[in-house]
Design a protein around this ligand. Structure first.
Ligand code: ADP
Ligand code: ZN
Ligand code: ZN
Length: 826
């Protein structure tokens, strides 16, 4: 019997989105299982692939089948459960399976084919050629195949020689799939026993002072020590130490070492807290479900400061006591050291942390800690949902409403949905926590009973929610106040300065970027490649496109009417910072935005400074709104609260309400009571007015009403199909066909296109229309929106149409992107 592996090859296209069969050669048998990463020959190249099935028979004749070239890992990186999850994802979000599987692997394991060259059998070179090659031939003749890219780097002037010899067959080429990164190893000295060391000292020549010192050091401290570290300790060179190894007196071996990003930090130990009655009541059903190993989903709806984290921690504790593992997802932006510390303090080294601010190597090592069973809790952003655990008991998603749980590139998955599916495969419990649940989750809990609803409507220790005041900026203007700060906010700020308390200032910048406008003619600077306003950058005095990176110098006169009255509008954090310094001389401000937080560790640095009260104000964008817990923050101010309400997105109201509630929740979390001041031009708007009374239910009731009428989520679902091309007529004609074919298919199945009749299954296709971002990188973009409700497999219909039209799309050079359950209207 011949063993065959079904392999998903890493070519991310719809045409190759199927398995290919390969023979498992004898030397690799026993190494190949479902989830194994392999190197395979494919179309003349060597590519990485993942085994998704094993069998004895094959789709093509065995004689024609090629063997696997290599197995790339000693420990299979994906379990068969993760492969199964990948298959589910590819159907759910209509993406090639390889893309779903790649999303589960750490970036370090995305192998690329590397070319190696070596002399062919019997190849000969003349003396002249040898001389001409300046050492290149000498290197090649040593016998080891050498990496082509390395040779070209070393001998840039001999690229043509290499090419010639490859062509005339004297050099041969072989491909090998290699990872960009691997396990970090450290050359480590293992001292011999005392006897040997003593003998060594006796045998050393008298002049060998340094070598003696090394031996003395080792005799004194006979633990293994890194070569580099030992060299530093006795101030000598690694080669001195190596020479001792060559004489057999000590042993040097490569030892793997973890790049632990938190290694140099001490986390104070925290013990479980005495739960408040509300927390205990919330934990009870979660623990019950854990005990019974039932696949429950809970919505923990707790106001800011209600103590949700402690509930998570104690549920995790219970989960681990039963020998199972837990995943905790937090939004990337909230993955501050403060959040990490709460988990590290409670569970210590058993916690692995995964987020994008770690280096690739650090991420890989944290991932291996999980894969190799050295961690039982994974805390991380979106992709931590793929933590390679094998016995998951609990998945927590904190701030479940956050948009960052949806990935905007393919696979366009939502971590919340993946969590629910993964929990099903493990019989695990899911806890979705939020002070402002997404309307989808809330409505499902209230109407459908899954998730089960748990409420914590009060803060711990009877601390009140902060009072919220709304300031109408139109009134301020009428009264002659043109400043950035209303009189109320300015007064409250001064108050905090006097009392030595702290303030968080949020500048809601989504949809409110700084843009350049001519006051004479209304010209605005836009990117020549994308239909997007350019953003003004003060530091470099240029205008930049945040989508494609295009940049140009700041114009001195209007390019359209030559008026000198061209200036930038909108408020950036820098401008607020300047206004603060002007209005409150001596004020200490920490500004946190994309510009000040690019450097590694900068988040941590700013937040530590703020916590130590070395600043009065923490000013920033969205990143100051979430997860922070500082006892001396008694004032939260919001500038431009309504800026994001005008975005062409039906979730704009929901997002604004959530953001305002979140940031309001930063005030008065400890003994000192808090206060919130929100500045707006639209005080009656339900998203803003509802924040005043912390009125989630009031907001939701009104907003759900609107959604129901429009058939938008949670009362209907959407699939966005975006087509892009240089030519608009081409886009329109293909777009029309798309829309028509989907409509036809739905009609053939007897699905109505009428949404007015309540409860009935329906489907309609809106568009094609120009996308909100109408042009990107010189390509126009058109969108068809499939809106459907009830028992309709719209994904299947869409994928059928995509397949049928595949050729036309390909021939025309169109790009198609499909977003199932889109979160952002782009
Ligand atoms: P949330 O995540 O719901 O906004 P947190 O979990 O951050 O709230 O808790 C708010 C504050 O209350 C934190 O400072 C936390 O340490 C404290 N806290 C939580 N539970 C308790 C408890 N049972 N007893 C005392 N303090 C608590
Ligand atoms: Zn002008
Ligand atoms: Zn651009």
């Amino acid at each position: 019997m011949t063993a065959v592996a079904r392999v998903i090859v890493d070519v991310p296209s719809r045409e190759t989105d199927r398995t290919f069969d390969y023979l498992i050669p004898d030397r690799l048998s026993g190494w190949v299982e479902i989830g194994t990463r392999v190197a395979v020959p494919f179309g003349g190249r060597t590519l990485q692939g993942i085994v998704t099935g094993l069998g004895a028979d094959a789709e093509v004749e065995l004689a024609r089948m090629k063997p696997l070239e290599d197995v790339l890992d000693a420990i299979t990186p994906l379990s068969s459960e993760l492969v199964q999850l990948g298959v589910w994802m590819s159907k759910r979000w209509l993406c090639p399976l390889t893309i779903a599987l790649q999303a589960m692997l750490p970036a370090a394991l995305k192998g690329r084919a590397e070319k190696y060259v070596f002399p062919a059998e019997g190849a000969e070179w003349s003396d002249e050629e040898t001389a001409q090659s300046g050492g290149l031939l000498h290197a090649l003749r040593k016998g080891q195949p050498l990496k082509l890219s390395g040779l070209l780097q070393h001998y840039p002037e001999h690229g043509d020689l290499l090419r010639r010899w490859l062509l005339d067959g004297r050099l041969e080429e072989r491909q090998k799939v290699e990872d960009r990164l691997s396990v970090k190893t450290v050359q480590t000295v293992f001292p011999s026993d005392a006897e040997t060391l003593k003998r060594a000292v006796a045998e050393l020549p008298a002049r060998a002072h340094k070598q003696r010192e090394v031996l003395a050091y080792l005799a004194d401290q006979p633990e293994p020590i890194g070569v580099q570290r030992l060299a530093e300790a006795v101030s000598t060179t690694p080669s001195t130490i190596r020479s001792l190894a060559e004489r057999g007196w000590i042993d040097i071996r490569a030892v793997t070492e973890d790049r632990d990003p938190y290694a140099d930090r001490d986390f104070p130990v925290s013990l479980p807290m005495q739960l408040t009655p509300a927390q205990a009541a919330a934990l009870l059903p979660i623990n019950d479900a854990l005990e019974q190993r039932s696949n429950e989903v809970f919505l923990l709806h707790g106001v800011t400061g209600s103590g949700k984290t402690e509930v998570y921690l104690q549920a995790i504790q219970r989960c681990m006591e039963s020998g199972r593992e837990a995943i905790v997802l937090v939004p990337e932006i909230a993955l501050t050291p403060q959040m990490v510390e709460r988990f590290k303090s409670r569970f210590g080294a058993r916690v692995a942390v995964l987020h994008s601010r770690l280096s690739q190597g650090e991420r890989y090592d944290e991932w291996r800690k999980i894969r190799e069973g050295r961690a039982q809790v994974a805390v991380g952003a979106r992709s931590a949902i793929f933590a390679p655990f094998s016995k998951i008991g609990l998945i927590v998603i904190d701030e479940e409403h956050e948009t960052s749980y949806k990935q905007e590139e393919s696979p366009k998955y939502h971590a919340r949905d993946v969590a629910v599916e993964r929990a099903r495969l493990h019989g695990a419990v899911v806890v979705l926590g939020s002070a402002t649940p997404s309307l989808e989750t809330y409505q499902a809990a209230v109407d459908g009973g899954r998730p089960k609803y748990i409420a914590m409507p009060e803060r711990v220790a009877d601390r009140p929610l902060p009072g919220v005041r709304i300031v109408d900026m139109r009134e301020e203007l009428k009264l002659g106040n043109r400043a950035m700060f209303s009189r109320e906010l300015a007064e409250a700020l001064r108050d905090r300065l006097d009392r030595n308390e702290q303030t968080v200032l949020l500048l809601n910048r989504r949809g409110y970027a700084t843009f350049v406008m001519c006051r004479s003619c209304g010209y605005t600077a836009a990117c020549p490649h994308c239909e997007i306003s350019l953003t003004y950058h003060r530091g470099s005095h240029n205008l930049r496109c945040h989508y494609c990176g295009y940049a140009e110098a700041e114009p001195k006169v209007c390019p359209s009417c030559e008026s000198p009255h061209i200036r930038f509008f909108g408020t950036g954090t820098q401008k607020v910072e300047e206004a603060l310094a002007e209005a409150f001389p001596g004020i200490r401000v920490i500004r946190m935005d994309v510009d000040t937080t690019t450097e590694k560790g900068s988040h941590e640095k700013w937040l530590t400074q703020f916590r130590e009260r070395r600043a009065d104000v923490l000013l920033g964008t969205q990143m100051v709104a979430k997860g922070l817990d500082f006892p001396y923050v008694t004032l939260v101010g919001v500038l431009a609260a309504d800026a994001a309400l005008r975005l062409p997105d039906f979730r704009a109201s929901e997002r604004t309400f959530q953001l305002l509630t979140q940031v309001a929740g930063r005030a008065g979390r400890h003994e000192l009571p808090g206060e919130v001041i929100i500045q707006t031009y639209d005080p009656e708007h339900v998203s803003i007015d509802s924040v005043r009374g912390h009125d989630y239910k009031g907001f939701v009731t009104k907003e759900l009403h609107v959604r129901r009428q429009l058939g938008y989520p949670p009362y209907g679902r959407l699939i966005a199909i975006t087509l892009s091309h240089e030519s608009v007529p081409m886009l329109l004609s293909v777009g029309e066909q798309f829309a028509m074919r989907i409509r036809e298919k739905a009609a053939a199945l007897g699905i109505s296109s009428d949404f007015t009749e309540p409860g009935r299954a329906a489907l309609e296709v809106l568009g094609p229309v120009s996308s909100p971002i109408a042009r990107l990188k010189d390509r126009y973009r058109f969108q068809c929106m499939v809106k459907y409700r009830g028992d309709v497999d719209a994904s299947f219909l869409a994928s059928q149409v995509l397949q049928e039209m595949g050729d036309a799309v390909k021939r025309g050079g169109l790009q198609v992107s499909v977003d199932v359950d889109p979160q952002m209207m782009l």
